[in-house]
Design a binder for this molecule. Structure first.
Ligand code: DON
Length: 478
């Protein structure tokens, strides 16, 4: 059985409706007014909402930002987004749907199923994920959780051997590695609620690609949400004055990252199963996922992240269907304090239980301005997703980059444990030296995340940018 088919509010399916105009989200002023954005709602599907209410999904950041008044393109920019007026998508099949009069959800359904065929290492129907939808007409945002759940016979110690040690083979490459997939149910549910064109028409391109084949890309051949929490904390620091990727701004951001990831490890787990303690998790003082987005001419927007976990998931395919199965069970904490494949540790909050969702770092994100869609972003990249999305948002709103620059700029990552600051190539050597002097153990990292970002300008023009870190990533607009 697929999860995600239950009624909203049941364990099998969670849908959150977010009214960005809710008074609770008004008037939260950034401490550093000149350094932080104005009139932006961040609608972020937190990896584990603390409560079942929509407040856990939304943060309103206020202050001032010059981005709104900025020209769409400035002279001197090295990286530039693609622009269009009617729609923007990451794949040609999705563009066709928009041209045929479909809305953002229609196009998302097509793209979601097509990627399961053309990008089998990551696009999927044997996995799960999260989809955010902003309805341009009502101004409401909706979050659909179609994450896999642990099967009914799953149990707390299922990944331990006779010596009570974790056996990673079991949680990563065995039939036990798979959670019950949610992708098909999730995409169909999104279509049932918000789609406009017939489902059969939307699935036809994927079926055609599967039957007739397609040119294989070079890349294929080779082959807590913490962001809002961190943004809130970072409001207290004049990051903009310190400068993008300077030692000081990196130091401040890394310290915030460490605390957010520590909270994630200690307090977060499926809230259907684990009571995330009060404000604790928010009280900060104390290799193959797919992100795609679609914005249409009506101001509707979708941000979707879904995954099989590893490249090709568990590597196991079902005989009868040929569907590749996920190995999402490794996102659970198999034993308290023992790291998973991404080095993330966890405890009881994220222990294995039947029907429970493993903790996820996936962070599809909508950026709203005055209740309307302004931007959409998100990224694959395992535990580094959260920090990738954080840095794209900071680049946009604090460092005043355009969407292409924001995606492309070198990134860094710290996840509390291991206590290593991973830094992409492209950082000035002076910054690296100063960070070492500050006591960080630094490491040159392979690429951190692959952001996909769209901005919708006030005049209705769309700018879309696909991260060059991923071969074959596409940004299309018309
Ligand atoms: O849900 C999670 O956090 C992980 N299963 C995501 C895995 C991932 O992003 C792999 N590669 N890009």
């Amino acid at each position: 059985m697929l999860n995600g088919l239950g009624k909203p509010g049941t364990k099998g399916h969670r849908q959150y409706t977010v009214n960005s105009k809710h008074p609770e989200f008004r008037g939260q002023k950034g401490v550093n007014g000149s350094d932080f954005p104005i009139r932006y709602n961040f609608v972020i599907l937190r990896e584990m909402p603390r409560t079942r209410t929509f407040i856990s999904l939304v943060y309103l950041l206020t202050g001032t930002v010059s981005l709104i008044a900025e020209p769409i393109l400035r002279a001197g920019q090295i990286h530039r987004p693609v622009t269009g007026r009617n729609g923007a998508v990451p794949a040609a099949a999705g563009l066709e749907v928009l041209k045929n009069g479909g809305n953002a959800v229609d196009a998302a359904v097509t793209v979601g199923f097509c990627l399961a065929v053309t990008l089998p290492r990551a696009g999927n129907i044997g996995g799960g994920g999260f989809l955010l939808y902003h309805d341009g007409q009502s101004g409401q945002s909706h979050a659909l959780d179609y994450r896999e759940v642990a099967p009914h016979k799953a149990h707390h110690d299922m990944f331990l051997d006779a010596e009570v040690n974790v056996d990673p083979e079991l949680s990563r490459y065995s039939p036990l590695a798979s959670g019950v997939p949610g992708t098909v149910a999730g995409l169909i549910e999104a279509h049932r609620r918000f789609g406009t064109l017939p489902l059969a028409d939307l699935m036809a391109p994927a079926i055609r690609l599967a039957r007739e084949g397609f040119p294989v890309h070079e890349a294929l051949r080779e082959q807590f949400t913490n962001v809002a929490q961190m943004l809130k904390l970072l409001e207290n620091f004049p990051l903009g004055q310190r400068g993008h990727n300077s030692a000081q701004s990196t130091h401040i951001t890394v310290e915030v990252m460490k605390r957010a990831y520590a909270d994630r490890s200690k307090f977060l787990g499926d809230p259907d199963f684990f009571e995330v303690p009060g404000n604790q998790a928010m009280d900060m003082e104390s290799p193959e996922t797919t992100q795609f987005f679609i914005v249409d001419a009506w101001g509707n927007a979708v941000s979707n992240t879904y995954t099989l976990n590893f490249s090709f998931g568990s590597g196991i395919m079902t005989h009868s269907t040929g569907i590749l199965l996920n190995n999402e069970m490794d996102d659970f904490s198999a034993k308290s304090g023992v790291p998973n494949a991404y080095g993330l540790i966890g405890g009881e909050a994220n222990s294995v239980e039947p029907g429970k969702r493993p903790l996820s770092s996936m962070t599809p994100t909508l950026i709203l301005r005055d209740g309307s869609i302004h931007g959409v972003t998100g990224s694959p990249g395992d535990s580094r997703i959260i920090n990738t999305v954080l840095q794209v948002i900071l680049n946009l709103l604090v460092y005043e980059m355009n969407f292409a620059e924001a995606n492309n700029a070198p990134r860094f990552h710290h996840q509390w444990l291991p206590d290593i600051l991973r830094i992409e190539r492209g950082f000035p050597s002076d910054t690296l030296r100063m960070l070492k002097e500050l006591g960080y153990q630094t490491e040159t990292s392979y690429t951190i995340g692959t952001a996909q970002t769209i901005v919708r300008h006030e005049e209705g023009l769309l700018s879309v940018a696909s991260d060059p870190r991923r071969l074959g990533g596409t940004a299309l607009a018309y």
